[in-house]
Design a protein around this ligand. Structure first.
Ligand SMILES: Nc1ncnc2c1ncn2[C@@H]1O[C@H](COP(=O)(O)OP(=O)(O)OP(=O)(O)O)[C@@H](O)[C@H]1O
Ligand SMILES: [Mg+2]
Length: 354
């Protein structure tokens, strides 16, 4: 088996495992952009390693001795995020008992990583645009302008062009952010990396569980290479941890991984296995029967709960087929984009569909 290489091949990055051609290009591009102070926009599905790349950009840059500050823009409400990013002065709002320095000031001389930039409200996007353009801002409740020297790296796991189309993201901010775009490819497009990642995580979790490093049979690697990894490297990492904990001996055999990963089929639809030659009616009958069974005999609103389960699955499958691009999914479904958008929110499909 290949030995773990921290992508230290041509253009490799510390901490980033992978030797596939696509990852080598990502690593090389990352190295190139690190040298400058220009804004980087990281795109890619959930769990592909955007945060790892953001940190590598800082560590390889001339600012590496300065601070590296990460802000998860999706985790805070609009007003909290504003004061987190820009700081506030005492009395700016009811709970502002003291002056507070924001994260932009804290990142002075270093890098700020704005994770989930797509979640920033439209109003706050205006303020961000100004920092990007002028490197200046005011604390909340203050008139004094503060100048900072900060390198901005932003990440999104939503397609910002879709967000612009839906009037949720400003086009001018997008162009300011998209100076140096890096797209981190999904794991299904870099199957060559699976054995290196497996070996890396197996070693890591064996050590933390005080177990000897396990051997990985070729059959395990082959089966894992056939799975489509919607949760990408994070998903693989979690399954390896679980396999290490459950392994009775020191071999990571395929049965230590969930059946939907090594045995085909999807995580949610293992109840119905499509068989060749079955007609749509009989499959539908079975699907409705199973959905009704799952709802339970005393379920209220049987119509609503059954239809919505089926609708949810349909949307999920089409969104995946269209790689989460909502415009394409809406047209494939023959529904309007706004309707699709409402349904995605309603069914909480935001993360799963990508
Ligand atoms: N190439 C890689 N080598 C080693 N570990 C990796 C690699 N890519 C991702 N990981 C690991 O997988 C996990 C998920 O990575 P990360 O948090 O960077 O993903 P992300 O793209 O930021 O996801 P999200 O969009 O959900 O925030 C982390 O534990 C990270 O260390
Ligand atoms: Mg992340």
């Amino acid at each position: 088996m290949a030995t773990v290489t921290e992508c230290n091949l041509a253009g490799g990055l510390p901490g980033v495992i992978g030797s596939s051609e696509v990852m080598q290009s990502v690593c090389q591009l990352t190295r190139q952009v690190s040298a400058s102070s220009a804004t980087v926009l990281l795109t890619g599905e959930t769990g592909t390693g955007k945060e790892l790349i953001a940190r590598a950009i800082h560590e390889l840059s001339p600012r590496s001795s300065g601070p590296y500050i990460r802000v998860n823009c999706g985790a805070l409400s609009e007003s909290l995020l504003e004061s987190e990013l820009f700081g506030h002065v005492k009395g700016a709002f009811t709970s502002a008992h003291e002056n507070r320095t924001g994260r932009f000031e804290a990142a002075h001389g270093g890098t700020i990583f704005l994770d989930e930039i797509n979640s920033v409200s439209y109003t706050l996007q205006v303020k961000l645009l100004r920092v990007l353009q002028e490197q200046e801002f005011e604390r909340v409740g203050d008139t004094r302008t503060i100048e900072v020297d900060v390198r901005i790296v932003a990440a999104t796991n939503r397609d910002l062009l879709d967000e612009i189309e839906a009037d949720r993201f400003r086009e001018d901010l997008y162009y300011r952010l998209n100076v140096l775009p890096i797209d981190v490819p999904p794991l299904r497009d870099r199957q060559d990396d699976i054995s290196l990642l497996l070996e890396f995580f197996a070693g890591m979790y064996a050590a933390s569980n005080q177990r000897p490093e396990p051997s990985i049979p070729a059959a395990t690697i082959q089966l894992l290479q056939g799975y489509d990894w919607p949760g990408n490297v994070r998903e693989l990492q979690n399954y390896v941890e679980r396999a290490i904990v459950l392994a009775p001996g020191n071999q990571l055999t395929p049965d230590l991984f969930p059946p939907h990963v090594v045995g085909g089929g999807s995580a949610r639809t293992t109840a119905i296995r499509p068989r060749r030659g079955r007609d749509v009616e009989s499959v539908t009958r079975e699907l409705v029967g199973l959905t009704m069974q799952a709802a339970g005999p005393g379920a209220e609103n049987l119509h609503e709960s059954t239809v919505s389960r089926v609708e949810r699955e349909l949307l999920l499958q089409v969104l995946r087929e269209c790689q989460g691009v909502q415009t394409r999914a809406a047209s494939r479904l023959g529904i309007n984009r706004n309707t699709l958008h409402k349904k995605i929110d309603e069914y909480g499909l935001g993360d799963e569909s990508r």
